[in-house]
Structures are given as C-alpha cells and as structure tokens.
Ligand binder design. Structure first.
Ligand SMILES: NC(=O)c1ccc[n+]([C@@H]2O[C@H](COP(=O)([O-])OP(=O)(O)OC[C@H]3O[C@@H](n4cnc5c(N)ncnc54)[C@H](O)[C@@H]3O)[C@@H](O)[C@H]2O)c1
Length: 439
C-alpha cells in the first residue's frame, strides 16, 4: 500500500509530533484539529505546545511544503486518530458500592465520524488514542461502516498504542517498538506499512483488542507499582524509616525493582488509563481499583506531612515548587502537585506556586508567580513537588539568602538534606518519619 497523503486528526502532544514526523519522511500530511486557534497557530508556522525538539521538527516539516493544518479532514490514503480520551468529569460508574471513573470517548467518536465523508475503498484508519478494550471493533468499526464500506475488507482498520515519553517524544516516536493491532491480519499488515515510513524500532503485528490491552496493561502496571511505593512511604513514615533509603536498599535484591514514591500520580495517561479496565470489568479489577485510590490519596499524605512539620497551616505562607505532573514538562493535567496546593489552601495556607515550564498558567484559585524569587521570598516553608532539573540544581546557599523559609518539604527526594541543612534550611523528606520532629 502507498501512503502519499496522511490525515492526522488531533494535533496535541501526540498528533503534532506524529504529523511532523510523517511529513519530514516524505508524506503529504493534513493535520486536523477542532480548535481554530491551534490550526491558525500552526499555519502561521508556530507551535502551541512545549516538547523538546518539536519546534525544529515542525519547522522542517513546514519547509518541505508537505504539512498543512485544517479544521476538517480531506480524502487521504490513511487517517490517524490521536484525540484525547480523558475520564468523564461529572459521571461515575457504580459496582457493589464501589465508584469508578468512566472513559469519555466523545472526542474519539466525533473524530471517527469526521472521517466518514472522506473514507474510500482501500484506505487505512488507525486509532492511536488510549482506549478501553474492544473500542476499535465495537465503537470505531460501526461508526466508520456508516460510510457503507466494511472494516477489514473495504478499508483497513487498526489500533496502535502510542508509548512515547513526554520530553522525548520526537526520538521515541522513531526508535520505540510499535504494536499494530488490526481488525484483520491484512489491516495489521497495512498499519505496519504506514508506520514503517519512520519507525526504526520493531513493528509487531497483532489483533486490535490485544493492542488496546497492551497499552492499558503498561500504564496499569506502572500505576500499581507506584501505589505500592506510595504505600511504603506511609509505612516508612509511621516507623521512622527513610523510605528513599529503604527503597534503594531493597532494590539491591536482584529481582526487586521498587519505583519511587512521590506526591501522587498525574498526567493524562497513568492516572486515567487503569480506570478503563475497571469500567470494562469492575468485578475483575480490585487491585487496579485500590491502586488508583492509593495514588489519588497521596496528595493528602503530602498535605498531612506539611502540617506535621510546621503545625496548623492557617495563615502560613507556603511556596509550592512545581505544578506539572512530572519533571521537565509543562503538562499540568491531573497533576497531584495541583491537588496538593488545593489541599494546603483548604487548610487556610497562603500558597504561591511557581511552575518554570508554565509561568503563565491559569488555574482557578491558584496564585502562580512569574519567577522563583516571588514565590519563595516571604515563604514560611518551601514544598518541592516536582523534581524539575531547575529545582534539583538549586544552590541551597543562594536560596537561603532569598527566602526567609528555614524548612523545606521534599516530596520527590530532589534535595540533599545535609547540604541544605548546612545552608540553614532543614529538609523534611516525604516518607521519612521526620515530619513531626524538630532539628
Ligand atoms: N501525551 C502523551 O504523552 C500520550 C502518550 C501516550 C498516549 N497518549 C494518548 O494519545 C491520545 C492523545 O493525547 P494527547 O496528549 O496528544 O492529547 P492533547 O489534548 O494534547 O491533544 C489532542 C488534540 O485533539 C484535538 N481534538 C479533540 N477532538 C477532536 C476531534 N474530534 N477532531 C480533531 N481534533 C480533535 C484537541 O483540540 C487537541 O488539540 C490520548 O488518548 C492519550 O491518552 C498520550
């Protein structure tokens, strides 16, 4: 199959790098997004998201003259869907007294519907959005078949999960192995042909539902493992043990690899995707469900640690360092750091937050400062919530001259306690049993 023209639907963190990479490798690409400002920004030659290397990759794609953005699809050889799959904000599911979150598939449904008028015999459609098991065959195929073409015979249909790491998307898109699940082996073959345009990693063909499960299993595995690390942090705290030291010692065992605890789990993958399994089969997923609950509760453990370290929070000035859901990215979606700030404010603290990757972020009810100094100058306590390189590299001596805070809560093991102590700032690590102690 030849793929001269590819239509990528959804131009966010996944779709835009994918579209740029296809164009850079010789395909003509129409990028589609429902947000007019996204389409206008891209057609002006600018990018609207922060991802290392994306500006350059996008400029190169534009220079080839092979990329254009639009609000609606056009006829193409292949259609790739990369639209969001969050959970529903105002609706939950219920199973034997247990409440679980539900996948919001509206964007996927409308993206698939938008293809119908342009779908032709011999086309390939690939869903990349992380989706509940059986979405490709039970949801996407019937929508596309409204075109009166049959999935798997008139056109090819695949699911291919995206597994890139934000911060390294451009490199990983090309180098990672890619799983392609077809509704038929011929569809998988066509999908493999599409991605062989740029993928240098292994391309593995399977069926669509296996490919959907693979993605959900990867993220659920990580969520469950982070949950046990977070639970260990609470146990270590209870027993006066430093969890970071205990984890590193346990990991000396050749068959043990405990992940790091932290302020919780965020982003719109790991904190969302396990719910897709729970929704699909609540009776089979108690471990997955409880892991989600453990991770969602971790910001409360952080707030409690701050309270135990400095006493009642009412009127206290707190500098929250970092709002992103993980280091060195600007993505604030589902971020536990944001939840921590809300909890501290709920206890009456005055919080100033600084997020170096998004100084102009607007979050309802949160005061965000344009620079670090403004956040820390008058603070009673610093709370390190994200191990952005900029924070980890801070010099405690210089910082101690700017802030009047003499105590810092480190939720990510980003700072060397003894160095900070020498500079006059006591560091209390999350899960160290030290929150209630002085000195
Ligand atoms: N961001 C990641 O690191 C990552 C990693 C792996 C998988 N994923 C998955 O990839 C999918 C896309 O995620 P993302 O981070 O790129 O999302 P995003 O929010 O950054 O971008 C999605 C884009 O799709 C657009 N959109 C929404 N509905 C549309 C429609 N009907 N037609 C055209 N455009 C539409 C939005 O306007 C937005 O610009 C999700 O399912 C996500 O779970 C994301």
């Amino acid at each position: 199959m030849k793929f001269d023209k590819i239509c990528v639907i959804g131009l966010g963190y996944i779709g835009l790098p994918t579209a740029s990479t296809f164009a850079a490798h010789g395909a003509t690409v129409l990028g589609v997004d429902i947000q007019p400002e996204v389409v206008e920004t891209l057609n002006r030659g600018e990018v609207h998201i922060h991802e290392p290397g994306l500006r350059d990759a996008f400029s190169k794609a534009l220079e080839t003259g092979r990329f254009k953005a639009a609000l609606k699809p056009e006829e193409a050889d292949a259609f790739v869907i990369a639209v969001p799959t969050p959970f529903k904000e105002h609706e939950t599911g219920e199973y034997q007294g247990v409440t679980y979150k539900l996948a919001d598939m509206r964007a996927v449904i409308s993206a698939a519907e938008s293809i119908i008028p342009y779908l032709k015999k011999g086309n390939l459609v690939v869903l990349e959005s992380t989706s509940p098991p059986r979405t490709t065959i039970d949801l996407i195929a019937p929508i596309l078949e409204k075109s009166s073409l049959k999935a798997g015979s008139d056109f090819h249909l695949c699911y291919s999960p995206e597994r890139v790491l934000p911060g390294q998307i451009l490199r990983e898109l090309i180098e990672n192995s890619r799983v392609i699940g077809g509704v038929t082996p011929e569809s998988a073959q066509a999908g493999a042909g599409l991605y062989s345009i740029f993928v240098k990693g292994q391309i593995i063909r399977t069926d669509a539902t296996t490919a959907e499960m693979v993605k959900l299993m990867e993220n659920t595995y990580r969520d469950v493992n982070i949950a046990i690390a977070n639970e260990f942090s609470r146990l270590a705290d209870r027993f006066g043990v430093n969890v970071w030291e205990a984890v590193s010692l346990a990991n000396l065992h050749p068959r043990v690899k405990i992940l790091n605890p932290g302020p919780g789990v965020g982003g719109h993958c790991i904190s969302v995707d396990p719910w897709f399994f729970v929704e699909a089969a609540p009776e089979l997923t108690p471990l997955i469900y409880h892991s989600r609950k453990v991770n969602d509760a971790q910001p409360h453990f952080v707030a409690d640690t701050v309270k135990r370290a400095i006493g009642p929070l009412k009127g206290k000035k707190i500098a929250a360092l970092g709002l992103a859901y993980k280091p060195d990215v600007d993505d604030l979606r589902e971020s536990p750091a944001v939840e921590v700030v809300h909890l501290l404010q709920g206890e009456g603290a005055n919080v100033l937050a600084y997020e170096p990757f998004k100084t102009d972020a607007k979050l309802p009810g949160i005061s965000i400062t344009p620079n670090l100094d403004a956040a820390i100058r008058d603070a009673d306590v610093l709370v390190l919530l994200v191990s952005h390189s900029e924070f980890v590299k801070l010099s405690p001596e210089s910082l101690a001259k700017i802030t009047r805070a003499r105590i810092a809560i480190d939720t990510v093991n980003g700072w060397d306690s003894s160095q900070w102590q020498s500079a006059g700032i006591r560091v209390v690590k999350l899960g160290s049993g030290k929150a209630g102690q002085t000195g």
